[in-house]
Design a protein around this ligand. Structure first.
Ligand code: ADP
Ligand code: ADP
Length: 224
């Protein structure tokens, strides 16, 4: 079954002579539980596509279906609650909040939901254990290595039980060994928990491991 579908997506930035066609007529489906890589050079449209798939941004043309829901008529507020429910995002530069501990960073998405404190605590510790960082839960981001910070970011992405994890260049700021261990973690989550995963990357070490690679160039899908 298909968990997400982009149909005829275009996204333009600016207007007139300065207009950038970041995405042009993209049609793409993501199967439930699949691992997909989005490959392409810098500026090809990978982030824009992930942001649209992840309900952070809206396309200028086309439709986005997430878990059978057509997002076209949704307001930005409705879109953001859909995102909270269905999508976990992982970024290149981790995007942790520096004044919050690992635990507090991971807890954050759950504070928007009305859940009992005890349940929140259990869930946060469960995902921190899953990424191997339970013993560092009271560390602040600056006290953690890059790889550890990315693990916290992955735990934060996981804590809401998302249908999809979208990772934008998740290994770009890591040395190759640390990058490999982050990729191992994303693969094992995909494998063991069937979390649909999309990784945007131009790192050959990532692309050679992912079975399905979608190539983008200048905002268009490029046949293999
Ligand atoms: P990638 O993730 O592959 O590097 P992006 O999706 O970030 O590509 O960018 C695609 C194109 O859109 C690039 O030409 C980029 O300069 C342009 N772009 C991205 N974001 C913006 C923005 N907020 N305003 C204007 N142009 C943008
Ligand atoms: P890893 O084995 O995950 O790459 P490191 O060897 O970089 O981790 O870090 C080992 C320990 O040092 C970790 O417990 C981490 O919390 C701590 N640490 C790493 N970088 C820093 C830093 N910049 N400031 C303080 N502590 C750090």
């Amino acid at each position: 079954p298909i968990i997400a579908r982009l149909d005829g997506i275009s996204r333009y930035y600016g207007s007139g002579a300065g207009q950038v066609n970041a995405l042009e007529n993209i049609t793409l489906s993501f199967d439930k539980g699949a691992m997909t890589a989005l490959a392409g050079p810098s500026g090809s449209g990978k982030s824009t596509l992930l942001h649209i798939l992840g309900c952070i941004d809206k396309p200028d043309k086309g439709t986005v279906l997430i878990d059978g829901i057509d997002t076209t008529p949704l307001s930005l507020e409705q879109l953001s609650s859909l995102r909270l429910e269905k999508i976990g995002f992982v970024f290149q530069s981790f995007n942790l909040i520096p004044v919050l501990t690992a635990y507090e960073n991971v807890e954050l998405p759950l504070l928007f939901k009305e859940l009992p404190k005890q349940l929140i605590a259990e869930k946060v510790q469960e995902v921190l254990a899953k990424v191997g960082l339970l013993e560092r839960k009271n560390h602040y981001p600056r006290q953690l290595s890059g790889g550890q910070q990315q693990r916290v970011a992955i735990a934060r992405a996981l804590v809401g039980n998302p249908s999809m994890i979208l990772a934008d260049e998740p290994t770009a700021n890591l040395d190759s060994n640390t990058g490999k261990s982050i990729l191992d973690l994303l693969f094992s989550l995909n494998d063991r928990e069937s979390i649909t995963t999309v990784i945007a990357s131009h790192d050959p070490a990532v692309l050679e491991r992912v079975g399905k690679v979608v190539r983008i160039r200048d905002g268009r899908i490029f046949p293999d």
